[in-house]
Design a protein around this ligand. Structure first.
Ligand SMILES: Cc1ncc(COP(=O)(O)O)c(C=O)c1O
Length: 430
């Protein structure tokens, strides 16, 4: 498979050789590297990526799942073009940040106030700080397999065996206050926190990087009750699920309200973004007129609420607001998962198709999956082989990562993805 990929991507190979000299691993984010080398994108439009060799890929990675309307959707491009004439970055207060905050508050029932950041990582960092300032507690908890970005205190317990720091350079001091919890296991959570006082529990309602595993409804409800009882702030990291599973995010679907929600990806309409939001009572800790340290919690940054991002985000959320397109995507997601299961089953290949709504992933295992531990036992090599087959045949998933649907995907795009999967399954029966 690799040979065929190499034969179609000679210009990418040359760029990779060049890139390696100036970018560690030849990439700007480690996960974007895949064997034998990544292709380099020349342009993107709608549901497609085009590489420097002229190969076309139907894109199910969608810029880390951010592009729910596909690449360069006309309504967003038009709005951004107009805004470019009015300034790219102000560094002062402006109406667009109010409009986007109002839009988030309108769509997300647990949000009364919002602060914007430039990434999901930053938003999680500031949300954690806020929870600590609000509760006066130092310890925090996250789940095994949960990915919240590269912030030190949350950069632990992402990959099996979940007990080692995910990077060098993380000090014992940065990690000693972070506790790890078992996903979809309320008794396990209660046991772990029996004698602890934590400021917050952060959870992805659907594990994204952890394999596309949805939290069980009863588990999330139980977690909410547990947090209420112990006066712990429940943080939903909706960086992937926000504005994707429902206009109001996963919390709308589950009927469970967090204290703080973290957003990113879709909220930026294709531009860099993050945000955290919650009730006025909690968010007011960010107001230095009301609180002084240690009760005050700082947040800020040069590019926060950049007017281009605010414009693109606003155009995007207005399109998604009535839920019509999101519902359509969720139905397509159900169909995609069902068809994938059918194809692999017919060909006698053991897989678990995970995900919910317009998020999906495939794992080569017989075992029913309810957490990232199960995912870690699946055959990753086969998944990479399947993903590379798809890439070589014009269907892009970032190998091993969760795929997503956009409103730009056509029937023909879906059919191509399924027929290439069938081709793979037929030739890889085991
Ligand atoms: C659930 C979740 N939280 C946080 C992040 C970090 O966001 P960013 O990459 O914008 O820093 C990601 C990124 O993939 C994510 O999937």
């Amino acid at each position: 498979m690799s040979k065929e990929y190499v034969s179609k991507t000679s210009k990418s190979k040359a760029l990779y050789e060049r890139a390696k000299k100036v970018l560690p691993a030849g990439v700007s984010y480690g996960i974007r590297y895949f064997e034998p080398y990544p292709f380099y994108t020349a342009k993107a439009k709608g549901s497609k990526l085009y590489d420097v060799d002229g190969n076309e890929y139907i894109d199910f990675w969608l810029g880390h799942t951010a592009l729910i309307l596909g690449h360069s959707p006309p309504a967003v491009v038009e709005a951004v073009k107009r805004q470019l004439e009015n300034g790219t970055h102000y560094g002062t207060s402006h109406e667009l940040e109010i409009k986007l905050a109002e839009q988030v508050v309108k769509m997300v029932s647990s949000a009364e106030m919002v602060r914007f950041t430039n990434s999901g990582t930053e938003a999680n960092m500031y949300a954690t700080r806020l929870a600590r300032a609000y509760t006066g507690r130092s310890k925090i908890a996250k789940f095994e397999g949960g990915w919240h970005g590269g912030y030190d205190a949350l950069h632990v317990g992402v990959h099996y065996p979940f007990n080692a720091p995910e990077s060098g350079g993380l000090t014992a001091g940065a990690l000693q206050d972070t506790l790890l919890l078992p996903f979809n296991d309320l008794e396990g959570v209660e046991e772990k926190l029996k004698h602890e006082k934590v400021a917050s529990i952060v959870i992805e309602p659907v594990l994204g990087a952890g394999g596309g595993i949805p939290a069980e409804k009863e588990f999330l409800k139980g977690l909410r009750e547990f947090c209420d009882e112990k006066e712990i702030l429940l943080i939903f990291d909706e960086v992937i699920t926000g504005f994707r599973l429902a206009p109001g995010g996963a919390q709308e679907n589950y009927g469970v309200a967090p204290d703080i929600t973290v957003f990113g990806k879709i909220l930026g309409g294709g531009f860099p973004v993050g945000a955290f939001c919650g009730s006025r009572k909690i968010m007011q800790r960010l107001d230095a007129h009301v609180y002084k340290p240690p009760r005050y919690s700082f947040h800020g940054g040069t590019f926060t609420a950049n007017p281009i991002t605010m414009t693109a985000g606003l155009a995007t959320l207005r399109i998604l607001e009535d839920g019509r397109l999101i519902n359509k995507l969720n139905t397509l997601g159900d169909r995609m998962r069902e068809k994938l299961r059918e194809i692999f089953e017919t060909n006698g290949v053991n897989v678990q198709v995970t995900g919910t709504g317009s998020i999906f992933n495939v794992h080569f295992t017989k075992e029913k999956l309810k957490d990232a531990r199960g995912v870690s036992r699946a055959d990753k090599k086969r998944l990479i082989d399947y993903n590379l087959h798809l890439i070589t045949n014009g269907v892009f998933f970032l190998p091993t990562h969760t795929g997503a649907l956009s409103t730009a995907h056509s029937e023909a795009d879906m059919e191509k993805m399924l027929s290439e999967t069938e081709e793979y399954a037929k030739h890889h029966r085991k």
